[in-house]
Design a protein around this ligand. Structure first.
Ligand code: AMP
Length: 614
C-alpha cells in the first residue's frame, strides 16, 4: 500500500465576519471562494426568522432588517463569547447559536458545490479574540454540523493567501485588517517558504460598525435639534438610521460629500419627520478620528515589537471592508512612509476566506507539496494572579505574573513555580488572566480553579508548578501541580470549561433544532399567526410608505419644475404634462401616485442621460 499525503475530504475555510461571511476551498492548488447558488461570493452575516419560523440568512435577511428588526439579528460576532441571550422572533439564542445559523448556510453552499456529507472546517477569528470568543466560534461551527479542529487568526490568514502565491520571495508583510467589528494588525515575515507571524496588536471593539453608529449619533443630534425628538427610541427608526449611516459611510469613500435625504424616519403627532443633511468626508473622518488614530498606534506597536523600521516593510496588505475608507491608505502612506506600498490588487473582503482555505488545504494535505509552513503568535500575555507583596502582616493581592509573554510563537508550553504565602496553606487558587498590565485589575480574567491537597508546611516551603499550554488555535490549557508530592490535583482549566460547555452544547443543539423544525413544517397556527402578522405589518408600514412616496413625488415635482425653463419646447411640454398629472395624483391612491411618479422619474433620467451624451 502506498501512503498518500492527500486526504479524501476537502476542508472548508470560513471567514465568519461581523458584517459579512464567506467560505472558500482549494481547487487545483488555488484558493477559491464557494459562491451561493445565486452567485454571491460573500453574504451579510445577518439572520432573520420569518413568521413561518423559516430561518433566512444573508442578503434577504439583511433586507428584512428594517421592516422586521425584532425578527432579525446582525453583527452577532461582537457578542461572541458572552453569555448574553439574544432575542429573535421570541426565541432566546446565544451568540454562537446565531453564528451557527450563518455557518449552516455556508455549509449548504459547500454541500451544493462539493457534494453533501460531513465536512471539516477551519474558521477565522480576529487575532485579538479571547479564549471564550474562540471557543464560542468553534462551538458555532460544530453546531452548524462541521468538524472544527482549527481556528486561525484573520490577519495571519490574509497573509497566507498572499504568501502562497509569493512563496519564493523573502519579505516582511504588514497586514492591516479593519473589518466591521474588529481591528487587527500583524507583522509577518516570509522566509524560504516559512510564514512567521512576528507580532500582532489590535482591538476587539473597533470597526465599521462603530463608524456607522458615530454617523447615527450625528443624525440623531440633527433630528433632536430640528424636531425635539429622539428617533432612537423607535426600533424601526434606529435600524433605518443605521442602514442609512452605512450607505453614507460607503459613499464618502468615493465622494467628498454625501446628501442624506431620508423621509418619514419617525412619525410625531401624525406628522412624518424627515432627516435631511449633508455630510462631508472631512466631517465623517473627524467623527471617527480617535478610532483611526488608535489603529496607527497599533501599527507602531507591532513595528516596535518586531524591532523593524517602516522602511523594512516590503508589502502592506489592507484587509477588511473598512480599509476602503481613503483616510486609511493615506494615513498609512504618510505616517509610516509606506508610500504606494498598500497593495491595490487584494480584495479586502475576500482575502481572509481565501487565506483560511489555504490553511485548510495545508491541513487536508491538498497543499502539502507547496512546502508552505506557517507559525503564529500568542496575541496577549497570559499569566496568573500573585500577591503584590505584604503591608505589615497583611497580604496585598492583585499582582499579575506573566507565564507566556505576548508574541510568543505558538504552540507553546511554559511552566513557572510559585510558593505558598501562608503557614499551613493546603489550598491555592489559580486565577488565570490575559493582558499586558501589571495588576490583575486591569487585565482580562479567563478562569480560575483550586488546587487542594498541599501538605501543611510553613509559608514559602511548598511549591506549586503552573503549566500553560497555548495551542495552535489560540486556546489555553492550564494545569497546576504540587511539587513536593508530585500530584497534579484539582482540575485543569480546560476540563473545567469543557465540562461546562458540553452541557451547554446539547442545550444549544436543542434550541436550534426547534428553529429548524419550525422552518421545515410550519403548523397551521404558525401560518395563521404569519398571515395576521403580515397584515399587521402591512398596515403598520402603509403610513410610512405613503409618506415616503409623497415625499419622493414632491421632490420630483420640485426637480422637474426647476428644469422646465432649460428644456427645448417638446421636452418641456412633455415634462409639464407629466408633472401636472403627478400633482393631481398626490392625494389619490398610492398605486396611481407611484405610476405618475415613475413616469416623471423615467423622463427625468432620459433627459439627464441626454445631457450627459451631449
Ligand atoms: P468586512 O468585515 O471585511 O466584511 O468589512 C465590513 C465593514 O466594512 C462594514 O462595516 C462595512 O460597512 C465596511 N465597508 C464596506 N465597504 C466600505 C466602503 N466602501 N467604505 C467604508 N466602509 C466600507
Amino acid at each position: 500500500m502506498k501512503k498518500t499525503s492527500k486526504s479524501q475530504k476537502p476542508i472548508i475555510g470560513i471567514d465568519l465576519g461581523t458584517t459579512n461571511s464567506s467560505a472558500a476551498y482549494i481547487k487545483d492548488g488555488q484558493a477559491e471562494i464557494i459562491p451561493s447558488p445565486g452567485g454571491e461570493r460573500i453574504i451579510p452575516s445577518v439572520v432573520h426568522v420569518d413568521r413561518a419560523g423559516k430561518v433566512v440568512v444573508g442578503q434577504d435577511a439583511a433586507d428584512a432588517l428594517i421592516a422586521m428588526p425584532g425578527r432579525t439579528i446582525a453583527a452577532v460576532k461582537r457578542k461572541m463569547g458572552s453569555e448574553e441571550h439574544l432575542e429573535v422572533a421570541g426565541k432566546k439564542l446565544l451568540p454562537e447559536e446565531v453564528s451557527a445559523l450563518i455557518l449552516k448556510e455556508l455549509k449548504e453552499y459547500a454541500d451544493n458545490l462539493l457534494g453533501p456529507g460531513e465536512k471539516e472546517a477551519v474558521i477565522s477569528v480576529p487575532a485579538h479574540f479571547a479564549d471564550a470568543q474562540r471557543k464560542a466560534t468553534k462551538k458555532a461551527g460544530e453546531l452548524a454540523g462541521f468538524t472544527v479542529e482549527r481556528v486561525i487568526n484573520e490577519p495571519t490568514a490574509a497573509a497566507m493567501a498572499f504568501g502562497l502565491s509569493n512563496l519564493d520571495q523573502d519579505q516582511h508583510i504588514l497586514v492591516y485588517d479593519l473589518g466591521g467589528g474588529t481591528f487587527d494588525v500583524s507583522l509577518v515575515e516570509m522566509m524560504e517558504g516559512v510564514l512567521e507571524v512576528k507580532a500582532s496588536a489590535g482591538d476587539n471593539n473597533l470597526g465599521g460598525e462603530d463608524f456607522d453608529w458615530k454617523l447615527v449619533e450625528l443624525f440623531v443630534g440633527n433630528m433632536e435639534d430640528k424636531y425635539g425628538v429622539n428617533p432612537m427610541e423607535d426600533l424601526r427608526a434606529k435600524t433605518l438610521l443605521k442602514g442609512e449611516a452605512e450607505r453614507v459611510k460607503k459613499e464618502l469613500s468615493v465622494k467628498e460629500t454625501c446628501s442624506v435625504n431620508l423621509p418619514a424616519v419617525i412619525v410625531k403627532d401624525d406628522q412624518p419627520l424627515d432627516l435631511e443633511l449633508e455630510v462631508s468626508r472631512n466631517e465623517f473622518v473627524e467623527l471617527i478620528k480617535d478610532s483611526l488614530e488608535k489603529t496607527l498606534g497599533c501599527v507602531e506597536q507591532v513595528l516596535e515589537d518586531a524591532s523593524l523600521d517602516p522602511e523594512e516593510i516590503d508589502e502592506v496588505l489592507l484587509v477588511g471592508g473598512s480599509t476602503r475608507i481613503p483616510w486609511v491608505r493615506e494615513a498609512l502612506a504618510e505616517n509610516f512612509s509606506f508610500g504606494n506600498k498598500p497593495r491595490q490588487d487584494i480584495n479586502p473582503e475576500e482575502a481572509v476566506a481565501l487565506g483560511v482555505a489555504v490553511q485548510a488545504g495545508l491541513k487536508s494535505g491538498e497543499l502539502a507539496e507547496s512546502g508552505f509552513i506557517v507559525t503564529d503568535v500568542a496575541p496577549y500575555s497570559l499569566g496568573i494572579a500573585v500577591l503584590k507583596g505584604f503591608q505589615g502582616i497583611m497580604m496585598v493581592p492583585g499582582g499579575f505574573h506573566t507565564i507566556i509573554p505576548k508574541n510568543t510563537t505558538i504552540p507553546v508550553t511554559r511552566s513557572d513555580r510559585f510558593s505558598t504565602a501562608a503557614d499551613g496553606q493546603t489550598v491555592v487558587e489559580i486565577e488565570v488572566y490575559q493582558g499586558e498590565k501589571e495588576g490583575t485589575r486591569d487585565n482580562y480574567p479567563l478562569g480560575e480553579f483550586l488546587l487542594s491537597g498541599i501538605p501543611p508546611r510553613p509559608a514559602g516551603q511548598e511549591e506549586v508548578e503552573v503549566t500553560f499550554h497555548y495551542n495552535i488555535n489560540g486556546i489555553l490549557e492550564v494545569q497546576a501541580r504540587c511539587v513536593s508530592n508530585n500530584k497534579a490535583m484539582g482540575v485543569s482549566l480546560k476540563d473545567a470549561l469543557d465540562r461546562k460547555s458540553e452541557g451547554s452544547y446539547k442545550e444549544s443543539l436543542e434550541r436550534l433544532e426547534t428553529i429548524f423544525d419550525a422552518a421545515e413544517e410550519p403548523s397551521e397556527e404558525d401560518m395563521d399567526d404569519f398571515l395576521a402578522g403580515f397584515q399587521e405589518m402591512e398596515e403598520e408600514s402603509q403610513e410610512g410608505i405613503k409618506a415616503r412616496l409623497k415625499k419622493e413625488a414632491l421632490l420630483a415635482i420640485a426637480d422637474g419644475k426647476e428644469l422646465l425653463s432649460r428644456l427645448p419646447q417638446k421636452a418641456r411640454k412633455e415634462l409639464a404634462e407629466l408633472l401636472e398629472s403627478l400633482e393631481g395624483a398626490l392625494e389619490g391612491p398610492d398605486e396611481d401616485l407611484q405610476e405618475a411618479l415613475n413616469e416623471v422619474l423615467d423622463l427625468l433620467i432620459e433627459i439627464d442621460e441626454g445631457d450627459e451624451n451631449e
